[in-house]
Write a protein that binds this ligand. Structure first.
Ligand code: SAH
Length: 339
């Protein structure tokens, strides 16, 4: 039976008072029971660090003049996806800043071509129009990943100038309505964020019916206005992730890259505290080093093959296996619209 924790006080108690080890064990047991021992690998392509937004926490924010900007060409992006599919990735995640050069038509063309490699496609390109989301879905995108970041609307509006929490929420609703598998999530350790507010975030994610939850620590970036803040701890991120697993036992939960930036084994710990997905980076290192959302990104110079191999070894060492399917929520891909 799914244990539906829906009580804010209970979530706060787990986050504040429960011994971390007990929480991790409980989450790990549920992970095994509901989604098994397979770890699904997603090949992550960071294809542009150009962004129209100015999120105070983010290293690729528009007003960071120190960052060298890049934009992969559609051909480079498709070729990177082809190589990742050849290595064995069954999902390609395409992530970028909100770079509107990638118009509806250009994105649809890229999606159609990558879809031919027999992979599931996840997009993580931020807020777009309903028409864009619909066109991307019809072109073959299966999943969409967009974190709500925090449900504390005051905090959200302080951290994301000129953006609207309500609009981001509406985008998530459109994405869901269009039949994508919906991934969302939060950062923990944001300035002024409280445990009570993290509990609200988890309830929000549970209520909107996500298929995937990405939870990562906030890591201050030296070229942003939040450079002197303290950031989140690995322990709080792992505990929050474990509680998410307990609240939604059958969803996909990635061991996030930011966790690895705080500790070399961060992602392996996460796989033992409720996570069942890893997103190795398959972007060329020339671009990968420039996609610096936060400092401390690991494996900058590893080739996609090396990333795949290293993580594969680590996964085997903790007694888990690599999933060979698309690895969607409930083991399936969403049906095409209209079917
Ligand atoms: N433009 C896309 C992709 C954003 S980058 C979108 O809006 O969805 C992906 C995620 O990185 C963000 O959603 C945020 O949660 C995370 N991120 C950004 N800056 C970060 C930082 N300094 N520390 C940790 N995570 C960060």
């Amino acid at each position: 039976m799914i244990e539906h924790i829906t009580d804010s006080a209970e979530i706060i108690r787990l986050l504040k008072d429960e011994k971390a080890e007990i929480l991790y064990e409980r989450a790990d047991k549920l992970r095994k029971e509901y989604v098994g021992d397979e770890v699904h690998l997603r090949g992550l392509i960071e294809f542009s660090n150009i962004c129209r937004n100015n999120c105070l926490y983010c290293g690729i924010r528009k007003d960071n003049p120190l960052l060298k900007r890049y934009r992969m060409t559609p051909e480079e992006l498709i070729e990177t996806a082809r190589r990742a599919a050849d290595i064995g990735f069954k999902t390609i995640v395409m992530q970028s800043g909100e770079d509107m050069w990638f118009s509806q038509k250009i994105m649809c063309d890229i999606i159609t071509k990558i879809k031919k490699f027999d992979v599931a496609i996840t997009l993580s390109i931020g807020e777009r129009s309903y028409e864009d989301y619909k066109a991307f879905r019809e072109a073959g995108a299966d999943r969409y990943l967009m974190r709500i970041e925090t449900t504390d609307q005051n905090l959200y509006h302080k951290l994301n100038p000129n953006m609207s929490w309500q609009h981001r929420h509406e985008c998530l609703m459109m994405i869901k309505e269009l039949g994508y598998e919906l991934g969302s999530g939060i950062m923990v350790g944001l300035p002024e964020q409280t445990i009570e507010s993290i509990a609200d975030d988890l309830l929000y994610l549970q209520n909107i019916g996500i298929d995937m939850a990405g939870i990562g620590p906030f890591i201050p970036h030296a070229q942003t206005p939040l450079k002197n803040t303290s950031g989140g701890t690995l322990e709080l991120a792992l505990k929050t992730m474990a509680v998410m697993r307990i609240m939604l036992p059958d969803i996909n939960i990635p061991a996030t890259t930011a966790m690895e930036s705080l500790h070399p084994e961060g992602r392996i710990y996460a796989l033992q505290c409720g996570a069942n997905v890893v997103m190795p980076n398959v972007t060329d290192s020339e671009f990968r080093r420039l996609y610096e959302l936060y400092p401390g990104k690991t494996g900058i110079d590893d080739t996609p093959q090396q990333c795949h191999f290293h993580i594969g070894m680590k996964i085997a060492n903790i007694g888990r296996t690599i999933g060979l399917s698309y690895g969607g929520h409930n083991g399936r891909l969403p049906q095409k619209p209209g079917i």
